[in-house]
Design a protein around this ligand. Structure first.
Ligand code: GDP
Length: 368
């Protein structure tokens, strides 16, 4: 398949623009790292290499919770707190691989953070539109690094409260916050153990009006439940707080918790250890994704795959035998098809340089 060549800047223009905090160039640089065009791979790698020394200083916070819990309202409120009360800036990114399955994203394409969307000191980038979780997570991680190089000192990475996306976000952030609701019944039973082990803090949102006493009760219950889990090696005990994102209460306390966590981990060396582990994880992810990409573009595999799929589907060949055959073909003949992969189209490249453009593990506690 012939693909059009999008307009690209010379590497140095991207580097200088990003380091200079130019939002237009930053958005275009993100388009390059999000691109699935083989011709952009080399440029993206050189860009990241050049910018990596300028990253690492930001506070990286992952935020999760089920749809409707108030994530975007919370991020809007927190962002305004960071900008107005603390004089800082922030970038908001998201990991939402649901669009690959459903064709629509759970986090949604509409402008979800109304106040932040018009703030100069906020940069909002929706989840990359295409691809499976590994690809979406990789691009979000790299986008985060570009934002750090552009001078954003707080990075909020939002994810939907489903599936594996939490693990992916946990593996790229320093602090993981779960938003919850009170009064929904069997909350404690419903909480996935895996998520509890990942989190550093929990906030019961919508603690306003009639809901306030219920939120306080839920806070006490969750705090008690969290104490039943073994202490984390990094010395941090997850805290449970309440907030009202619409009313703006409790937001500053939640940020103080994030800062206290940062101070502790910086002091005891665990932040550096966490970042080193994440770098290794990143390398592993990149290698796995690269291998998968090579496999999918392999000519011999591509020729054999439709027949094998059909035979496995009909029960004529076992999945085991089919996969062994495909891997053997791949090893024997590493020829590559020069076309993009079927689930990752290049169509989104070089969209307008606009932050709002739709163009677009393991738990720390176990590993440290
Ligand atoms: P998301 O799907 O998790 O991003 O949730 P949204 O931020 O879109 O919020 C879902 C609904 O809950 C919206 O109607 C919000 O106005 C409402 N909401 C969010 N935070 C609060 C809160 O603190 N208090 C109340 N009363 N409503 C809230």
């Amino acid at each position: 398949m012939q693909t059009r060549s999008p307009r690209r800047l010379p590497l140095q223009r991207y580097v200088a623009g990003v380091l200079g905090g130019d939002r237009m160039v930053l958005a275009r640089a993100i388009t390059v790292v999000e691109s699935t065009l083989p011709s952009d791979g080399e440029l993206a790698a050189r860009l990241l290499d050049a910018l990596l020394p300028h990253t690492g200083h930001a506070l990286r916070v992952g935020i999760t919770g089920v749809p409707g819990v108030g994530k975007s309202t919370f991020i809007d409120a927190l962002g305004m707190h960071l900008i107005r009360d603390r004089g800082e800036n922030l970038a908001v990114l998201s990991v939402d691989p649901s669009s690959a399955i459903s064709g629509g994203s759970i986090l949604g394409d509409k402008t979800r953070m109304e106040r932040l969307a018009v703030e100069e000191r906020a940069f909002i980038r929706p989840s990359p539109a295409q691809g499976h979780l590994g690809g979406v997570a990789r691009r979000t991680r790299e986008t985060m690094l570009l934002c750090e190089a552009a001078g954003y000192c707080n990075i909020l990475v939002e994810t939907v409260g489903v599936g594996q996306s939490e693990t992916a976000v946990r593996s790229m952030t320093d602090f993981f916050l779960l938003l919850m609701l009170s009064g929904a019944g069997d909350e404690l039973q419903g909480m996935k153990r895996g998520i509890i082990e990942m989190l550093d803090g929990m906030a019961i949102n919508k603690a306003d009006g009639d809901n306030q006493p219920k939120a306080e009760r839920a806070r006490a219950e969750y705090a008690g439940a969290l104490h039943l889990f073994p202490a984390s090696a990094d010395g941090w005990t997850p805290r449970v707080l309440t907030c009202s994102s619409t009313g703006g209460t409790g937001i500053a306390e939640i940020w103080r918790m994030v800062l206290a966590h940062r101070e502790l981990l910086e002091g005891n060396g665990f932040l550096a250890r966490l970042r080193n582990l994440q770098a290794l994880q990143w390398m592993n992810e990149l290698t796995a994704l690269g291998l998968e990409e090579l496999f999918r573009r392999n000519r011999a595999v591509g020729e054999r795959l439709p027949l094998l799929r059909d035979q496995v589907h009909r029960g004529r060949v076992t999945p085991f035998a089919a996969s062994r055959e495909l891997l053997a073909l791949f090893q024997r003949q590493p020829a590559i098809e020069e076309s993009p992969t079927d689930d990752e189209s290049p169509a989104s490249d070089e969209s307008p340089a606009n932050d709002e453009s739709p163009a677009s593990e393991k738990s720390r506690k176990e590993t440290l």
